[in-house]
Design a protein around this ligand. Structure first.
Ligand code: HEC
Ligand code: HEC
Ligand code: HEC
Ligand code: HEC
Length: 471
């Protein structure tokens, strides 16, 4: 009886299948594959979407000097050596590299200097697809426990797994989906309903799960206890550095101590989404999404797919831009470089001024008779300038994502840096001492001399700090 039912069922399914087969598109074997709920292994997804998987695997390729300011896996401090002064006292002052491909990020993180992982398990948030469940399971310990202890909670074979399909897709429908709670909470904080996102918004927001600035609040013992996007003073389409600084100040989100100016500071990290979506961004205003420029359509055999090799549009001969622009690759590339050269000019200028301000403050702090009130004012101004300069320096497009906003923020950084330096000099003069003079053309020498052999400054790395106006 059971056998006969089975036989009819099988026949019915077979007939149904062959009927659809005759009337519609021939169904491929791939479309019948069901991706289990919660499946993290991209190879399993790859059986259903082999072209996407092939494209995804290309993320592990590394390219040197593919554009003027970018080179995979390169040290990001030595090309702009003033940063060694700005980050003195912080793990970033030891090691800070250019991004690599998405498949490499766990490997990269495990390879870096251990001082960079001191914050604990919290560092895994942007790197492993296990982050959401580990956070649920370990609760506050997820942030607090040492990095390696939390890493050991991940099955061994998945410990080097970087960004994977489930981070952005729902396996049942393949719809884009936000998997990181931090972003969902942060969207609510700026009055954006995470349940009512358009498809185009999601084509940016899946990236904003990680390509954003975040702070790591600490308890009184300096242990990490959470991860927040300091957005709540901002709005959808308007999360400026001023809004972020306000929250860092109001909530004391200080993460490290800057040695030269002897003060605790917050830290800013890769604000691609914030800068891109703020006023001044012509592309955001025109409704362009991250995926439009970083996941252009490409043809693979009969299929047209969104490229799943996330990379600089300059690596791919500006093909992404040509989906909308009719100009040729050279024109488009020139526009990118014109913008980046100008932003780099201001970044360099602000950076030199800040380094000089920090070193002058360092001298002032050491003079016992120097006026404390003036020094405190100078320190506060330095902090304001530092946040602005780093906002653009930590952002990964050298200003392309929002040129006018980048120049505005760097202009303010320059102005505030000068004010900080002037006050530090005043404090020294009031104590009848002589303020030091720093020639930023000699920044390499200054950094090398300050180095106790640990800064990681590499004199042989190509310099990218440059002033268009000469000196
Ligand atoms: C789960 C976190 C996460 C998500 C989601 C994410 N990224 Fe990334 N992305 C990273 C990290 C981390 C790196 C740096 C990797 C490294 O250096 O090892 C990176 C690097 C990159 C790079 C540089 C690649 C290279 O070869 O230099 C680009 C471009 C990029 N991401 C674009 C995007 C875009 C566009 C999206 C959304 C469609 C996105 N990312 C989504 C975490 C993420
Ligand atoms: C209009 C096109 C465009 C849009 C939209 C766009 N980007 Fe970019 N992005 C660029 C260009 C151009 C660069 C500079 C690449 C270079 O210098 O090689 C860049 C650089 C980057 C980099 C560094 C790449 C590298 O090779 O190191 C990352 C990461 C990145 N963008 C992420 C994003 C994210 C996330 C979004 C959305 C919030 C976004 N981009 C929106 C064009 C775009
Ligand atoms: C960083 C986020 C992200 C990750 C990780 C990711 N995708 Fe996608 N995927 C996208 C975006 C964005 C689109 C475009 C969706 C749209 O336009 O609605 C897309 C589209 C697709 C589509 C629809 C067809 C197309 O090409 O537009 C398929 C199928 C797909 N992805 C498969 C995969 C597979 C398989 C993996 C893992 C190997 C993966 N994706 C990983 C962001 C991601
Ligand atoms: C999805 C469509 C789309 C893509 C992809 C795109 N752009 Fe645009 N771009 C626009 C629109 C729309 C504008 C607004 C002006 C207009 O209508 O021409 C614009 C404006 C510009 C401008 C003028 C900006 C200004 O401040 O006035 C430049 C330069 C530019 N794009 C360069 C690029 C480059 C370089 C890329 C690739 C990295 C790119 N675009 C990718 C749609 C796009």
């Amino acid at each position: 009886m059971f056998m006969r039912t089975m036989m009819y069922c099988t026949m019915f399914v077979w007939i149904a299948l062959s009927m659809t087969g005759c009337s519609g598109e021939p169904k491929s074997v791939a479309s019948a594959i069901i991706i289990p709920d919660g499946e993290k292994d991209p190879a399993v997804w790859g059986r259903k979407f082999p072209n996407h998987y092939d494209s995804y695997l290309k993320n592990s390729e590394k390219t040197k000097d593919y554009s003027k300011y970018k080179s995979d896996n390169q040290c990001r401090l030595s090309p702009w050596p003033f940063q060694f002064v700005l980050f003195d006292g912080w793990g970033f002052g030891v090691e800070y590299n250019e991004p690599n491909g998405h498949t490499e990020m766990m490997k990269d993180q495990r390879d870096i200097d251990s001082s960079r992982k001191k914050a604990g398990g919290v560092c895994l948030t942007c790197k492993t697809p296990y982050a959401p469940e580990l956070r649920k399971k370990l609760d506050i310990d997820y942030f607090r426990k040492p990095y390696d202890e939390v890493l050991n909670e991940i099955p061994e074979k998945h410990r080097t797994m970087g960004l994977v399909c489930i981070d952005c897709h729902d396996p049942a429908t393949m719809d884009l989906r936000i998997s990181r709670q931090t972003l969902i909470e942060s969207l609510k904080a700026i009055g954006k309903d995470p349940e009512k996102l358009t498809r185009q918004e999601k084509r940016s927001l899946v990236c904003a799960q990680c390509h954003v600035d975040y702070s790591i609040p600490k308890d009184k013992d300096g242990k990490s206890i959470a991860l927040v996007f300091p957005w709540k003073n901002g709005k959808w389409g308007n999360i400026t550095i001023e809004a972020v600084i306000k929250q860092i100040r109001d909530e004391g989100l200080k993460e490290w101590k800057h040695k030269p100016t002897d003060q605790k500071l917050g830290h800013l990290r890769h604000p691609e989404f914030e800068l891109f979506s703020s006023p001044g961004s012509v592309h955001w205003a025109a409704g362009v999404a991250c995926a439009d420029c970083h996941m252009p359509y490409e043809r693979v055999g009969r299929e047209k797919i969104s490229s799943h090799r996330w990379e600089s549009p300059l690596k791919n001969d500006m093909k992404a831009c040509m989906q909308c622009h009719t100009q040729d690759a050279k024109w488009l590339k020139d526009q990118v470089y014109n913008i980046q050269d100008r932003v780099n000019h201001m970044f360099t200028k602000a950076g030199y001024t800040l380094a000089s301000a920090a070193l002058t403050l360092e001298a002032a702090v050491k003079i016992p008779k120097a006026d404390n009130a003036t020094i405190e004012k100078a320190k506060a101004l330095y902090a304001e300038a530092y946040y602005r300069c780093t906002w653009i320096g930590a952002e990964n497009s050298m200003g392309f994502h929002n040129p006018t906003e980048s120049l505005r923020v760097l202009g303010d950084a320059l102005d505030l840096g000068h004010q900080a330096e002037a006050l530090a000099r005043e404090a020294i003069l009031k104590a009848s001492a002589t303020p030091p003079e720093f020639d930023m053309a000699q920044i390499d020498k200054i950094v090398a001399e300050r180095s106790d052999g640990k800064t990681g400054f590499k004199a042989d790395v190509k310099k990218r700090a440059a002033l268009m106006s000469g000196k």
